[in-house]
Design a protein around this ligand. Structure first.
Ligand code: GTP
Ligand code: MG
Length: 201
């Protein structure tokens, strides 16, 4: 699935302007700056596919990317804007949360949400709220820890234990947590295998 080039197909800021749901979808969700766009690039092996930035709030739309080809597995990856961006205006936050909620609830072909947590920092209220939202909408989600390359080993273990607790407590959570680094490639092959299992024939 990941052997062939991935194509950008669509960007949408509005829920009434989403592409038709023809393929299974996997959406990348998490706080601003957690590394969503970087992970899409690492998974596809295409460094400039999704736009990455040091400045939180870089991705402002739902960006759709198509992987694979007919007969060999096809899957759409969705790079989402981040939540929990403190500097964003209230109206912007509400718009985004509305879009996120509507998208997550109303997308029958959404097979899984990759919920991304920064391995280096503690869980925020907005992360817990995102997990609650996914649980309420009954959308299966898989937790991915990011930026493992720059987390202290002791802290990384602590985070992994904490996240294992979230998974036990939440029915919508996928049992496998993947620890990743888009910098050094940790966990990328493992996550590819997880996502490839969701592709259409
Ligand atoms: P928004 O679009 O603003 O919500 O952010 P995002 O979640 O898409 O994050 P993005 O991929 O743009 O990355 C944010 C910053 O984190 C960039 O400076 C990246 O270079 C850095 N980054 C992403 N992944 C990793 C990683 O695995 N390790 C390290 N050390 N830095 C990373
Ligand atoms: Mg982004």
């Amino acid at each position: 699935l990941f052997a062939r080039p991935c194509r950008f197909t669509y960007a949408s800021q509005r829920i009434d302007q989403l592409p038709a749901f023809t393929l299974p979808e996997v959406a990348f969700c998490g706080r601003s700056n957690v590394g969503k766009s970087s992970l899409v690039n690492a998974l596809t092996g295409q460094k400039t596919l999704a736009r990455v930035s040091n400045t939180p709030g870089r991705t402002k739309q739902l960006n759709f990317f198509e992987l694979g080809e007919e007969g060999r597995g096809r899957l759409t990856l969705v790079d989402m804007p981040g939540y929990g961006y403190a500097q964003a205006a209230k109206q912007v936050k509400e718009d985004w949360q509305g879009l996120m909620f509507d998208y997550l609830r109303g997308r029958p072909n959404l097979m899984r949400v990759v919920l991304m947590l920064d391995a280096r920092i503690e869980t925020k209220a907005s992360d817990l709220a995102a997990m609650d939202l996914l649980g309420e909408a009954a959308v299966p989600f898989q937790i991915v820890l990011t930026k493992a390359d720059s987390a202290k080993p002791y802290w990384l273990r602590k985070r992994q234990e904490e996240v294992a607790g979230f998974v036990r407590e939440r029915a919508a959570a996928h049992p496998v947590v993947v620890t990743t680094s888009s910098e050094d490639g940790t966990g990328i092959e493992e996550l590819r295998a997880e996502l490839a299992a969701l592709a259409a024939p």
